[in-house]
Design a protein around this ligand. Structure first.
Ligand code: GLN
Length: 583
């Protein structure tokens, strides 16, 4: 399909221009120039937060990436987390939200999940950095005499390393556009070196870099009027670092009116058409469509002289959004977790990929999911278990450590005995095996090495290659991480769902089903329908449909590969079974 270009590549950036060649030859050369990745000019869009955090910078960045992708551009995305942690793996989920594992095993921020879901692409470790990882690389380089004996300084060496990574990620993906989300808010100490990286990149190639500031415009109840002052201050604060916003996304409870648009334009040095309204929406998947109402992709293509399709192809996205809003029947799913509460607040973000995966599969089946978060600790008292009767399915997501475990085991037993569809992810699988060992095999003292290493029957044990890591205190980035293959037994629920003999799924665990108990468990009716290719690691566990409508656990994290347009087959099987067994 021929692409119509909005505007040609900037003259100064092309080797040959129309003036120097006859039209036909010029066309040929242009095609050649465009196809050669070596000559490809990659453009960079930075998204920074003004005013305050928590207003959806990640989703805004994903949506910008989406609308550019819909214009036929090759887009990749980067998240910069200003933490000193080297990756997100060592952060408590109640503090940082979900840890999203990439296929190459890097433990990252949940925003990476948004990127993968919106863009339907797999990202790599190069697409994520933290202050810690950047410093670590600079220090390692210095130790190897990589700086040739000169002074290594915070500026320019730290921003320079960030820039090197940004460019590398663009080249690896042969991207037309790289979207970079800078965590935090302008004016913070934490992200200042990354703001400096923007300044350095923009100075080097002003026409290749655009800065989008996501701001927040409050509407104080007692005033009843949208206020632009915090945005004006944020623009000034950013300006003090030598960086100026090209586009302002005006997050607010309501759409922006023209008066406010003009005011922001006048006081924040941006054209009125570069002030984009970003009101609260009922679904995050509406955001790309909303941005296009204000012609955001046109504005970006223009500012960056991007050669892209004239019209936007968001057809399948729109179909998904409309399907999600036109569901008829409800399916009620209980997610029993241990990281839900923080003071008086419920932290659904901790399991964001799981929640989204439930939604995609439900929409695919034309169902409206009603997801209820239940705290595992509430089920320590068996009397509360009856509450589970009202749900069509029970899901236990991944987790670590002792808290809530006995409550989870009670929940699993109840779901198994009362034939409530059960889906156990990672810890949810390990504890289902443990419950089966205790209550079906009658190994009353069965446990997992994670919580009771001295227990008599360790049906879940530490993986051999993890032993030395634990002993030496090497706990960061040292689990079994990332994508590994699973071979699936024909005829099983898993095989019927995947319709594949081998699948690749992402992992994040230190413990495994102890192989010495597998025969005994299988004899008692538990089937290990998915194993590592050498048959050593149990990847999928299920009970036959003759004894339970749906009882399945997986050692990996299927939620990390569930996408709006391609829901995960195991989630779909679980939701389907839940709906079909609905009372
Ligand atoms: N805590 C378990 C392990 O480390 C399960 C991990 C998880 O649920 N991601 O093996």
């Amino acid at each position: 399909m021929a692409k119509k270009s909005l505007s040609l590549v900037k003259k100064s950036e092309t080797i040959l221009t129309k003036k120097t060649l006859p039209t036909k030859a010029n066309d040929q050369i242009n095609t050649r120039v465009k196809k050669s990745s070596q000559d490809k000019i990659t453009k960079y869009i930075f998204v920074v937060g003004g005013v305050m955090s928590g207003v959806g910078k990640g989703v805004a960045a994903s949506s910008i990436a989406k609308i550019l992708q819909a214009r036929g551009l090759k887009v990749t995305a980067i998240k910069i987390d200003p933490y000193v942690n080297v990756d997100a793996g060592t952060m408590n989920p109640t503090e940082h939200g979900e840890c999203f594992v990439l296929k190459d095993g890097l433990e990252t921020d949940q925003d990476m999940g948004n990127y993968e879901r919106f863009l339907d692409i797999d990202l790599l470790g190069t697409n994520y950095m933290t202050t810690g990882s950047v410093y670590q690389a600079v220090i390692a380089k210095e130790r190897n005499l990589g700086y040739g004996g000169r002074n290594v300084q915070v500026v320019p060496d730290i921003p320079a390393e960030a820039i090197r990574r940004i460019k590398k990620a663009g080249a690896e993906a042969s991207a037309d556009v790289v979207l970079i989300e800078v965590g935090g808010t302008v004016g913070e100490y934490e992200n200042i070196l990354f703001i400096e990286a923007i300044r350095m990149m923009k100075t080097e190639a002003p026409h290749n870099v655009v800065v989008v500031m996501l701001s927040y415009l409050p509407v104080p109840g007692h005033v009843g009027e949208m206020k632009t002052k915090p945005t004006q201050h944020a623009v000034r604060t950013l300006g003090a670092s030598g960086v100026f916003a090209d586009i302002i996304l005006a997050r607010a409870p309501v759409p922006l009116d023209n008066k406010r648009k003009d005011k922001i334009s006048r006081f924040c040095n941006v054209l009125p058409e570069n002030v984009i309204s970003a009101p609260d929406v009922s679904s995050i998947y509406d955001i790309p469509l909303n941005f296009e109402k204000d012609h955001l992709s046109d504005r970006l293509c223009n500012l960056l002289s991007l050669s892209c399709n004239q019209s936007s192809d968001l057809k399948s996205w729109k179909q998904f959004v409309s399907k999600s809003k036109n569901t008829k029947n409800t399916v009620r799913i209980a997610v029993v977790g241990k990281y839900f509460s923080s003071g008086d607040f419920v932290l659904a973000d901790v399991y964001i990929s799981v929640l989204e995966a439930i939604k995609y599969s439900s929409y695919k089946l034309g169902l409206k999911p009603e997801i209820v978060y239940l705290s595992a600790n509430d089920f320590l008292d068996k009397k509360s278990l009856k509450e589970l009767k009202q749900y069509d399915g029970v899901l236990l997501p991944g987790g670590f450590g002792k808290t809530g475990v006995e409550g989870m085991i009670n929940v699993i037993k109840y779901a198994r005995e009362n034939k409530i569809p059960y889906f156990g992810i990672c810890y949810g699988m390990q504890l289902a095996v443990l419950e089966f060992a205790r209550n079906v095999l009658n190994l009353k003292n069965a446990s997992t090495e994670e919580i009771d290493p001295m227990a008599k029957d360790l049906v879940i044990g530490v993986m051999a290659d993890q032993k030395t890591k634990i002993a030496s205190g090497d706990m960061g980035g040292s689990m079994r991480l990332g994508q590994y293959p699973t071979v699936i037994t024909k005829g099983s629920i898993a095989h019927k769902s995947y319709k594949q003999d081998t699948v690749l799924e992402r992992h994040r665990h230190r413990y495994e089903v102890n192989p010495s108990y597998v025969m005994e468990l299988e004899k008692a009716g538990m089937q290990f329908s998915g194993k590592s290719p050498d048959g050593r690691l149990m990847e999928i566990m299920e009970l036959p449909t003759t004894v339970h409508p749906f009882f399945l656990g997986i050692q990996f994290h299927p939620e990390l590969q569930a996408r709006p347009l391609t829901p995960h087959p195991l989630f779909t099987a679980f939701i389907k079974a839940s709906y079909e067994t609905k009372k």
